[in-house]
Design a protein. Sequence first.
Length: 133
Amino acid sequence: EWDSLGRARALLQKQVGDLGASELATHVSTNRDNGRQRILVATDVGLLDYSWAPMSPDPRSPWLLRGLVVRWQNVHGMRLQTDGQLDPNTNEARSVWRLIAEDPKIELLADTTTEEGVAPLLAFAGACLRFAG
């Protein structure tokens, strides 16, 4: 996921290092309309929840990386859900996975029929579920 961060990558890695945290897994969601990103980093210290977005409504304004560290015992309602289907004509399987948390609010989805597949989401979910309270 680090490769999709663009200009925010070096700043984010510096902040994780300044915190003295070890990155376990990362998930990046990008708004296709405006390029804004939500970056979730599972670390040994807690869940880092970042936003990479312009400082003003003007997309040409300087961009700001704003983050929040949530201690694992304060992450509530985290769960992993799945739905699976088997096409009766082709025997092709389709799975949809959702990582959901109530606080902080997280709703991530991955589908086996997409190019990305489900592996990145499941790696991130596994790291989170090992630590979440």
